[in-house]
Design a protein around this ligand. Structure first.
Ligand code: DGY
Length: 320
């Protein structure tokens, strides 16, 4: 009998087709709505593998409900939605999708940095709203990007890919990370700084840290107080790494210049949220890895991981 895999969101049939030789699939038939919790727990009961998204909380209750589960493949590189310790206790392998999304997420992070610095969204809305009447010396004038100092907090694969883009803009690269990154230092001239020193020196502070107990609310009131008045803050990691109230105050009081945010403490963020309403934020709906090619690569990697483990092989990209 083929193993059974539950997929928590509708994914394209053509991606699934080649894997049907190895497994039977059940799927939540909505592309946009997350599977309700009770349905997830019910479905988990008698399946061998689950392909899930970051919208699902894969916690100890889930693992208790999942009788014969062997593997959970998370369609994201971040896995803060999964209780990895509980998975281990239940003997379930967890996998994620590193590498395949690195360059796409770095593209978006850099695009967000540029959009925020040069007020791109506001400028496009300016025309749409019929406000453009004349050319004027400081009309929608933003901040330069070229040659400014970028401070990357979390120099993993995506951090390094952002640093490569920044070096094309002649930006001195500062970084803070749990450990020193020799390749970034040697190849890009990246300079390691303590967290507080980076905040003081960087023109662009870019958060790419994974969400852990250590990074929760890392960007708090004290952090924003240390940044330059001209600093632009970019978050493409997880919303909970930021104290959103403190960020709002810093932006409102022009303690920092602007923020570009792809992630929020609660997603989807409401259009009425104070951060969205500010004129010096650019807010995006968590689209870091959202190119058609990369999203398909992520799904394929999940399916490869699931069928590898269920076929008795080692997972390709396990979470440790
Ligand atoms: C991730 O992979 O962790 C992103 O946040 C979703 O692509």
């Amino acid at each position: 009998m083929k193993p059974v895999i539950y997929v928590t969101r509708k994914i394209p049939e053509e991606l699934l087709q080649p894997y049907k030789e190895y497994a039977e699939f059940r799927m939540w038939e909505s592309e946009t709505e997350p599977v309700p919790r009770d349905v997830l727990l019910k479905e988990a009961k008698d399946v061998d593998g689950v392909l899930c998204l970051l919208t699902e909380q894969i916690d100890s209750d889930f693992f208790r409900a999942a009788g014969k589960l062997k593997v959970v493949a998370n369609m994201a590189v971040g896995f803060d939605n999964i209780d990895v310790q509980a998975a281990k206790e239940h003997g379930v392998v967890v996998t994620n999708t590193p590498d395949v999304l690195t360059e796409t997420t770095a593209d978006l992070t850099f695009a967000l940095l540029m959009a925020t610095a040069r007020r791109i969204v506001e400028a496009a809305d300016y025309i749409r709203d019929g406000k453009w009447e004349n050319w004027a010396p400081y009309l929608l004038a933003g901040a330069d990007v070229y040659g400014k100092k970028i401070g990357i907090v979390g120099m993993g694969r995506i951090g390094e890919a952002v640093a490569r883009r920044a070096s094309g803009f002649n930006m001195p690269i500062l970084y803070h990370n749990r450990s020193r990154k020799d390749t970034a230092e040697q190849e890009l001239g990246a300079k390691y700084l303590e967290f507080n020193q980076l905040l003081k020196e960087a023109d662009f502070v870019v958060s790419l840290v994974p969400l852990t107990n250590e990074t929760k609310q890392l960007f708090n009131k004290e952090a924003f107080q240390q940044m330059k008045e001209s600093a632009v803050f970019i978050n493409a990691s997880r919303g909970t790494t930021v104290d959103e109230g403190a960020l709002y105050d810093a932006l409102l009081n022009r303690q920092i210049r602007a923020a570009g945010l792809d992630v929020f403490e609660r997603e989807p963020i409401s259009p009425d949220h104070p951060l969205v309403q500010l004129d010096n934020t650019v807010c995006l709906p968590h689209i870091g890895s959202a190119s058609e090619e990369t999203r398909s690569r992520m799904i394929n990697l999940c399916l490869d991981n699931l069928t590898a483990v269920l076929g008795g092989d080692a997972p390709i990209t396990p979470v440790h």
